[in-house]
Design a protein around this ligand. Structure first.
Ligand SMILES: [Zn+2]
Length: 285
């Protein structure tokens, strides 16, 4: 039976916030059994805790943002996905701004940071969410669903008609344990179009955005000089986002995540639909 885990020691890193462009410092600290993952805004007086819970998701445009009545934290999904991949259950994430730094646009820098801190087992078994009956949410042609399955598995299709992305690179289907996440998914970067970046900048967003932290495309090609990390990097990143968004359930899912064109909004609707359907799941070890 897998045990709960946290970091062995505190570790700090700095990076740029995607939207405000300011430098943000984050510190990962150990947390006790059954604590879960909690963000702590140390720049507020007094510091405020924001638990990584689906019920606290307030905005899903561009990134997943959590908010209590008095504090918020944005762009949580890539760091949460790294926690899943590194096997963490309990963690305090201190940050001195309202945005988690974007790093290179993937989970890999956070994985590296967690590996620097070290991971230790705790004296309690991990609890999983076992899916007992299908749960599905839709938004026009988009959908996301959770289905009973003995292990966590993903089947994600993006609809991305673009000359640089072959049709057969738009679907990721795989069993996804922690080791698979680290090797297959964690390095996949976020992406966007150059014209979108311009629009976002004019709205005061994406001030920290660059080809250092995203795959940027124009109408015809990938603009990053180094190209893609995987031919299906875009679809893999959507899986990364989903892994982070689903961890807002507070536990790993034992079941299959199946989605078409899903994103943060639909992923959160799926979490809320599941939590509102107690007959569709149970805790298991
Ligand atoms: Zn993302």
């Amino acid at each position: 039976m897998p045990k709960q885990r946290t970091v062995a020691s505190a570790v700090t890193a700095t990076g740029v916030a995607l939207h405000s462009g300011v430098r943000v410092q984050i510190t990962l600290k150990s947390a006790p059994v059954d604590h879960g993952v909690v963000f702590r805004r140390t720049d507020l007086t007094p510091p405020e805790d924001i638990p990584a819970r689906a019920e606290l998701v307030r905005e899903t445009r561009l990134a997943t943002t959590l908010a209590t009545e008095t504090a918020k934290v944005a762009t949580v999904e890539h760091l949460l996905a790294a926690c899943v991949g590194c096997g963490l259950d309990n963690l305090i994430i201190e940050l001195d701004n309202l945005e988690v730094p974007i790093m290179d646009g993937s989970s890999a820098p956070f994985v590296y940071l967690i590996e620097q801190a070290g991971v230790v087992e705790q004296e309690a078994p991990r609890r999983y969410i076992e899916i007992l009956a299908p749960i599905r949410v839709e938004l026009g042609e988009k959908f996301a669903e959770l289905l009973p399955n003995p292990a966590f598995e993903v089947d994600f299709t993006i609809d991305f008609a673009h000359p640089a992305i072959a049709d057969d690179q738009c679907r990721v289907r795989m069993r996804l344990d922690e080791a698979d996440f680290l090797t297959q998914i964690s390095r996949a970067r976020t992406f966007g179009f150059a014209y979108e970046v311009e629009t976002l900048r004019s709205m005061g967003l994406a001030q920290g955005g660059s080809m250092e932290n995203a795959v940027v495309l124009d109408e015809y090609k990938v603009l990053n000089r180094e190209g893609l990390r995987f031919a299906d990097e875009l679809a893999r990143h959507k899986v990364l986002d989903a892994v982070g968004d689903l961890f807002l359930l507070g536990h790993r899912v034992r079941g299959k995540y199946h989605a078409f064109k899903s994103g943060h909004e639909l992923n959160n609707k799926l979490c809320r639909a599941l939590l509102a359907s107690p007959e569709a799941w149970r805790y298991t070890h």
